[in-house]
Design a protein around this ligand. Structure first.
Ligand code: CAA
Length: 258
C-alpha cells in the first residue's frame, strides 16, 4: 500500500488534517484528493469532531495546485473527468460538510490549492501566504470551483483580474478583498485557527451545520436560500441543542451542548 499523503491529529474536539507532500509543495494528486475526501467524511461522521483545520505541511505551501505532472498528458475527456471527480469527491464535499472547516493558509495557495481553501468555511492566512489562480498560464482554466467561488468571495471584477493575469496576491490584499478572514504571523497561524475553533466548539454543532446549509443554499441554482433558512430555522426547534441553549439562557448558565 502506498504511503499516506495526509496527517490527522486531534486536539480536544478539533481535528487537524495536514496535506503532507512538502517536496511537491503539497500539490493535489488524485490519491491525495481521495485521502482528503475520506478524511473529511470520517471527521463529519465523528461526533467528537466539532471543527476541522486544514493546512499544508512545510513552511512554503498550503497547496501549490492540482498536480500538473499527473494531468499534463490528459485528453479532453480525461480533463472533464478530473474536474468532475474533484468537485464531487472533495471541493463540493468540503463546502457542504456539516462540520465547519477552517483553512490555515501557510504559504502558496495556488490553483487547486486556493480552490481548496475557498471550499473551506473560513480562511486564515499567514502573512507569507501568496494566493492566485495561475491556470491560464498553463493553458487551462480553474477546474476545482475557482471560477465560481472566487467570484462569490471577491466579486466578478477582481476574480477575473486574478484569473486573467494568473498573478498572486498577498495575504494583506486577500484580506482586504474579503478572500481571507484573518492574517497572522507565520508562527501565530495555528494559534489563531485554534482560537476561532475554540469559539465555534462552544456553540451548537447541529445549529452550525444547518447554518452552513442555509448560507450555501444561496449559491445553488434553483434553490431559494430564504426558503431553506425558514425550513432549517424551524427544524432547529426540534433539536436537543435548541432545548439546551434556550434553557441555559433562561437559567442564566452556560449551555452544555452534547
Ligand atoms: N504540480 C506538481 N508539482 C508541483 C506543483 C504542482 N502544482 N507545484 C510545485 N510542484 C513541484 C515542482 O515541480 C518541484 O518539484 P521538483 O523538485 O521535483 O521539480 C517542487 O514542487 C518545488 O517547486 P518549485 O521548484 O517550482 O518551487 P519554487 O519555489 O521555485 O516555485 C511555485 C514555487 C511558484 C509555487 C511553483 O512551484 C509553481 O508555479 N507551481 C505551480 C503552481 C500552479 O500553476 N498551480 C496551478 C496548478 S493547475 C490547477 O490547479 C488546475 C485546477 O484548477 C484543477
Amino acid at each position: 500500500m502506498s504511503e499516506s499523503n495526509i496527517i490527522i491529529e486531534n486536539t480536544d474536539s478539533v481535528r487537524t488534517i495536514t496535506i503532507n507532500r512538502p517536496k511537491q509543495l503539497n500539490a493535489l494528486n488524485s490519491q491525495t484528493i481521495s485521502e482528503l475526501s475520506e478524511a473529511l467524511k470520517e471527521a463529519e461522521k465523528d461526533t467528537a469532531v466539532k471543527v476541522i483545520i486544514l493546512t499544508g505541511s512545510g513552511e512554503k505551501a498550503f497547496v501549490a495546485g492540482a498536480d500538473i505532472k499527473e494531468f499534463a498528458s490528459f485528453s479532453v475527456e480525461e480533463g472533464k473527468k478530473l474536474s468532475k471527480e474533484g468537485h464531487d469527491k472533495l471541493f463540493d464535499l468540503a463546502q457542504n460538510l456539516s462540520t465547519p472547516i477552517i483553512a490555515a493558509i501557510n504559504g502558496f495557495a495556488l490553483g487547486g490549492g486556493l480552490e481548496l481553501a475557498m471550499s473551506a468555511h473560513l480562511r486564515v492566512a499567514s502573512e507569507n501566504a501568496k494566493m492566485g489562480l495561475p491556470e491560464v498560464s498553463l493553458g487551462v482554466i480553474p477546474g476545482y470551483g475557482g471560477t465560481q467561488r472566487l467570484a462569490q468571495l471577491v466579486g466578478r471584477g477582481k476574480a477575473l483580474e486574478m484569473i486573467a493575469t494568473a498573478g498572486m496576491i498577498s495575504a494583506e490584499d486577500a484580506q482586504q478583498w474579503g478572500l481571507v478572514n484573518h492574517v497572522t504571523s507565520p508562527d501565530g497561524l495555528m494559534e489563531k485557527c485554534h482560537e476561532l475553533a475554540s469559539k465555534i466548539v462552544k456553540n451548537s454543532s447541529s445549529a452550525i451545520s444547518l447554518a452552513i446549509k442555509a448560507v450555501n443554499a444561496n449559491y445553488v441554482d434553483g434553490v431559494d436560500g430564504f426558503a431553506t433558512e425558514i425550513e432549517e430555522f424551524g427544524n432547529c426547534f426540534g433539536t436537543d441543542d435548541f432545548k439546551e441553549g434556550t434553557s441555559a439562557f433562561i437559567e442564566r448558565r452556560k449551555p452544555n451542548f452534547k
